[in-house]
Design a protein. Structure first.
Lengths: 113, 116
């Protein structure tokens, strides 16, 4: 069975600082991994996804994530935070015989001026 | 519209009443999902439809919850005899899985359900 763990339910950074949101996965088969963002009172928007091509995945809004099999990790980063990045971020995994997307518990990112 | 459309966007209902939530997936998408998002529970998988295959109902929390998908397109999630703990945002999503997993799943804006 697949699962993801997001370390840190709340992360606060200063504007211009590095953003690092952690995600570790568990999967018995090669996984597909996703990061979604949810702005207040809105639906989920795909930031980026890993589907077994390049291990470094670039997404929208300057975000990227690196798939590290040895660490079973797929951490999300952005070099310089903007105020508009304040939102909740969800890591998710899909794999095996099902196309079911399993989400982590989310990380709420706050950006301080 | 080009996205996943859900209605109603907001619903307030009295405890014990039945509610129906509707989802219009992206045209051509054969896979359709329902998720529930509530405080302290994160994003909870409810049910998954894929083409004409039997749906994966493994996430439905009780027999008060059911969903159907007519004509391989529009889906309705029905909650019977609503309880206060059913209050949540119900998110619908669709994708076109093709021959392999990993295709993007697109989410609607959600239906906010409040049971009073």
């Amino acid at each position: 069975a697949q699962s993801v763990t997001q370390l840190g339910s709340h992360v606060s950074v200063s504007e211009g600082a590095l953003v690092l949101l952690r995600c570790n996965y568990s999967s018995s088969v090669p996984p597909y991994l996703f990061w979604y963002v949810q702005y207040p009172n809105q639906g989920l928007q795909l930031l980026l996804k890993y589907t077994s091509a390049a291990t470094l995945v670039k997404g929208i809004n300057g975000f990227e994530a690196e798939f590290k099999k040895s660490e079973t990790s797929f951490h999300l980063t952005k070099p310089s935070a903007h105020m508009s990045d304040a939102a909740e971020y969800f890591c998710a995994v899909m794999g095996g015989a099902t196309n079911k997307l399993i989400f982590g518990t989310g990380t709420l990112l706050a950006v301080q001026p | 519209g080009a996205g996943v459309s859900q209605s109603p966007s907001n619903k307030v209902t009295e405890k014990g009443k039945d509610v129906e939530l509707r989802c219009d997936p992206i045209s051509g998408h054969t896979a359709l999902y329902w998720y529930r998002q509530s405080l302290g529970q994160g994003l909870e998988f409810l049910i998954y439809f894929q083409g004409n295959s039997a749906p994966d109902k493994s996430g439905l929390p009780s027999d008060r919850f059911s969903a159907e998908r007519t004509g391989g397109s529009v889906s309705t999630l029905t909650i019977q005899r609503t309880q206060q703990e059913d209050s949540a945002v119900y998110l619908c999503a669709s994708s076109s899985p093709g021959h392999s997993s990993g295709n993007t799943i697109y989410f609607g804006e959600g239906s906010w359900l409040t049971v009073v």
